[in-house]
Design a protein around this ligand. Sequence first.
Ligand code: MN
Length: 245
Amino acid sequence: MKQTMLSWGLKTDVGRVRKANQDAVSADGSIFVVADGMGGHQGGEEASAIAVGSILNSGPVETVEELADAVSKANELIRAKGAVVPELGGMGTTVVAMCVLPAESTGGALHLGAVNVGDSRLYRYENEQLEQVSLDHSLVGELERAGQITADEAARHPQRNVVTRALGADDDVEIDTWEIPARVGQRYLLCSDGLVNEVADEQIRSELAEMNAPDKSASNLVQAAISAGGRDNITVLILDVLENT
Ligand code: MN
């Protein structure tokens, strides 16, 4: 079995149109989080910052269930703050996160845990193929999965920003989870919709295929979204699985 190590890089940008960046991103080598906040009066920035901060500071995460528990806790914190600060009422955020699972809990090989709520995405790039791992919890995502609209129609739909799940929306939050075997050569991409609404999957794939260092790949993808219009905040986090030599 090859020994593996992780390398990561991240970039966020306000884009060309929005006045504030309501996205948040952070990583500490064992937890990786992207969040896309929504809500006026700084609510969006507040919600995404609470999500990223509380998930990263949730203590050691050893299973994907514990990562999901950290997301539930973030939901509680966002709702509690929204309840006591009236102008933040109704704030919310998406979240997509990954964590490194300790070898003891997964039979020896490196595994990654992943969770998502909302329409921020997780992709895996492997063997020159790009695959979306997460499902979008969005109006257009649900219509597309029900076969009522095509992927093209979803990409151009006027209501494509409507999410059907978010932290802050309700006392209970439904969280999708994955436990993924990590293999040398994989690249994981966590991103907000400001990337995928501006940059087609094929262009994302070809940028990842360049195999630049993750911080460079993240910067290039953000720049591509800005060049394409930058109509939303853009956040990219790339996590590479490398051979430990
Ligand atoms: Mn967004």
